[in-house]
Design a binder for this molecule. Structure first.
Ligand SMILES: Cc1cc2nc3c(=O)[nH]c(=O)nc-3n(C[C@H](O)[C@H](O)[C@H](O)COP(=O)(O)OP(=O)(O)OC[C@H]3O[C@@H](n4cnc5c(N)ncnc54)[C@H](O)[C@@H]3O)c2cc1C
Ligand SMILES: NC(=O)c1ccc[n+]([C@@H]2O[C@H](COP(=O)([O-])OP(=O)(O)OC[C@H]3O[C@@H](n4cnc5c(N)ncnc54)[C@H](O)[C@@H]3O)[C@@H](O)[C@H]2O)c1
Length: 444
C-alpha cells in the first residue's frame, strides 16, 4: 500500500484520482485543490455565457463527495504552498490559514495552467479579466448582464478569444476582437482556413482588429473605459483577455526539470526527473507524434489521458502514453473547423520540408438538400511523405473525419496510403469521390 498525494483536482487530477481509486483502491489518496469547485468544463463557458445553453449547472461532472465516497481524503479551498521533495512532504494552507502537512510515497502534480497575463498598463482596472475559471465565467456573465456594458474588447483571437467574442456578441454587445497576428486562430490553422473564420466573425458583427497590439487600458473611477492600441483608441466597458496559458509550475520549478515554457518535463509514463514524482495535464509536457518530440499542448483531452496514464503507473501497472496529435476543433456561428497535427507554419518552424494537398467540394452529392461546402488540407513531409497535419472546415459536421488523420499521424501513415483508402459512400454523408480521397489523390 502506498500513500499518494495529488495536487490539483481538475481534469488531469480527476482522471488520475479516478484511475487510482477505481483500479488500485488499496492505496491511500489525499487530494488538494485551492479552488471552491472541481471538474468545471471551461469548454462550456462560451456556450453558457452566450446563452447557447441555459445555465452552468451541468458543466461540472463530479464533486468532492464522489471522491470521499471512494475513500479519498479531499482538501478543497486548500492551497499547497511548498513541497519538500527530499523529505517527501507537502505543506498546504486552508482558506482559514490552517496549515496541513502530508507525507507521500508518490506525488502527482496536476496544478494545470494559468492564463498568460499580458504586460498592459491598466490590467488591474475593474471589468478587465481572464476567462479560465468558473468564477471568471460568472464575472463575465454578470458584466454582460449589465445594460451599461455595451462595448466588449476581447484580447487574443485564439480558441478562448474567438469563442467568448461570439458569446458576447450573442448577448447583444458591440464586440472588438484583437490579436497580434493578422488573422484569428493562427496557431491552429493556415490562412486558407482562418481567413474564412475572420469573415464569419465579421459577417456576424464582430469587429476584427488583427495585427493590432493592445498597449494600455484606460479607466474612470477604477473601471475600464478605453482600450489603447498601436493603431487607435476604442471604448470598452469589459475587457476579456485570452492570450494563451502558461504551465503552473510554481511548486516544482526549482527542483524539477522543465521545458522551454516552464512545463514539467515528463516521460511517456508521466514521470518527472524526480523519483516518485509525476506530472499530468497542463502543468506538464506531452509527446507529439507529429513532431516526434516533446512539446506543450494545453487541452482537456490531453489532461484526461495523461491523468489515466499516471494513475496506472502510480498504481503499479506500467503504462506508456502513445503520444498525441493536438487534435482540436471549434464551432463559431455554425462554422466548424477541426485540425490535428501541425499546420504549415508549425511544420516549417520545426524544420520539416513541407508539402500539402487540398480540396474543396460539397460534402454530399449535389442532389442532396442541406448540403455545405467542405475544405480540406493535408500537410505532409516532402522527404518521407509522412502525414504531419490536417485541417478541415465546413458548415457541415465534418468533425469525425479528423480522428482518422489523428490516427494516421500517430501511425506514421504516408499521404500515398490515403489515396485509395476504403472510405464508404452514402449520399446522406458524403460523395463517392469524397474530399479526403480527392485531396490525397491530387498530392504531388
Ligand atoms: C474557456 C476555456 C475553454 C476551453 N475549451 C476546451 C475545449 O473545448 N477542449 C479542450 O480540450 N480543452 C479546452 N480548454 C482547456 C482545458 O480546460 C485545459 O487544458 C484543462 O483544464 C487542463 O486541465 P488540468 O487539470 O491539467 O489543469 P487545470 O484545469 O488548470 O486545473 C488545475 C487545478 O489545480 C489546482 N491547483 C493549482 N495549484 C494548486 C496548489 N498550489 N494547491 C492546490 N491546488 C492547486 C487548481 O485550483 C485547479 O483546480 C479550455 C479552457 C478554457 C479556460
Ligand atoms: N475548442 C478548444 O479546443 C479550446 C477552447 C478554448 C481553449 N482551448 C485551449 O486552452 C488554451 C488557452 O486558450 P487561449 O485562447 O488562451 O490560447 P490560444 O493559444 O488558443 O490563443 C492565444 C492567442 O493570443 C494571441 N496573442 C498572444 N500574445 C498576444 C498579445 N500580446 N496580444 C494580442 N494577442 C496575443 C495569439 O496570436 C493567439 O491567437 C489553449 O491551449 C487552447 O487550445 C481549447
Amino acid at each position: 500500500m502506498s500513500k499518494i498525494v495529488l495536487i490539483g483536482a481538475n481534469h488531469a487530477g480527476i482522471a488520475a484520482a479516478n484511475t487510482l481509486l477505481d483500479s488500485y483502491p488499496e492505496n491511500e489518496l489525499v487530494i488538494f485543490d485551492r479552488n471552491t469547485n472541481l471538474s468545471y468544463l471551461g469548454c462550456g463557458t462560451a456556450l453558457w455565457v452566450g446563452r447557447q445553453i441555459n445555465s452552468y449547472e451541468h458543466l461540472f461532472y463530479t464533486n468532492k463527495e464522489a471522491f470521499e465516497d471512494k475513500s479519498a481524503k479531499v482538501h478543497m479551498e486548500t492551497s499547497v504552498e511548498s513541497i519538500d521533495f527530499d523529505q517527501k512532504k507537502v505543506v498546504a494552507k486552508t482558506k482559514d490559514g490552517v496549515e496541513i502537512v502530508e507525507h507521500y510515497d508518490k506525488l502527482i502534480l496536476a496544478t494545470g495552467s494559468v492564463p498568460i497575463a499580458p504586460n498592459i498598463i491598466g490590467s488591474d482596472l475593474e471589468n478587465v479579466q481572464f476567462v479560465k475559471l468558473f468564477q471568471d465565467g460568472q464575472k463575465a456573465d454578470q458584466a454582460l448582464a449589465d445594460p451599461n456594458v455595451k462595448e466588449v474588447a476581447v484580447i487574443g483571437a485564439g480558441y478562448i478569444g474567438v469563442e467568448i467574442a461570439e458569446a458576447a456578441k450573442r448577448r447583444g454587445k458591440n464586440v472588438r476582437l484583437f490579436d497580434a497576428a493578422d488573422t484569428c486562430l493562427n496557431t491552429y490553422y493556415d490562412s486558407w482556413f482562418t481567413k474564412d473564420m475572420d469573415k464569419v466573425l465579421e459577417n456576424n458583427g464582430i469587429h476584427n482588429h488583427f495585427g493590432e497590439l493592445v498597449q494600455e487600458y484606460k479607466g474612470v473611477d477604477g473601471k475600464v473605459t478605453t482600450v489603447v492600441t498601436d493603431k487607435g483608441e476604442y471604448a470598452a466597458d469589459l475587457v476579456l483577455m485570452a492570450i494563451g496559458f502558461a504551465p503552473n509550475n510554481t511548486l516544482g520549478k526549482d527542483k524539477i526539470e522543465t521545458f522551454t515554457n516552464g512545463a514539467y518535463k515528463v516521460n511517456l509514463k508521466q514521470e518527472t526527473n524526480l523519483p516518485d514524482v509525476y506530472a499530468v495535464g497542463d502543468c506538464a509536457t506531452i509527446y507529439s507524434n507529429a513532431l516526434e518530440d516533446t512539446t506543450y499542448i494545453a487541452l482537456a483531452t490531453n489532461a484526461v489521458r495523461s491523468g489515466i496514464v499516471a494513475g496506472h503507473n502510480v498504481g503499479g501497472t506500467p503504462l506508456e502514453s502513445i503520444g498525441v496529435q493536438g487534435s482540436n476543433g471549434i464551432s463559431i456561428f455554425g462554422y466548424n473547423m477541426v485540425s490535428t497535427g501541425l499546420n504549415i507554419a508549425a511544420a516549417e518552424k520545426a524544420g520539416f520540408e513541407v508539402k500539402y494537398t487540398e480540396f474543396e467540394d460539397l460534402q454530399k452529392p449535389g442532389f442532396m438538400k442541406d448540403n455545405g461546402n467542405v475544405k480540406i488540407r493535408i500537410i505532409y513531409d516532402a522527404k518521407n511523405r509522412r502525414v504531419l497535419g490536417a485541417q478541415m472546415a465546413s458548415t457541415e459536421d465534418i468533425s469525425m473525419g479528423i480522428h482518422m488523420f489523428s490516427l494516421a499521424i500517430e501511425e506514421k501513415v504516408t499521404i500515398d496510403k490515403l489515396k485509395l483508402l476504403d472510405i464508404f459512400f452514402l449520399p446522406h454523408f458524403n460523395q463517392p469521390y469524397n474530399y479526403i480521397t480527392m485531396a490525397a489523390l491530387s498530392a504531388e
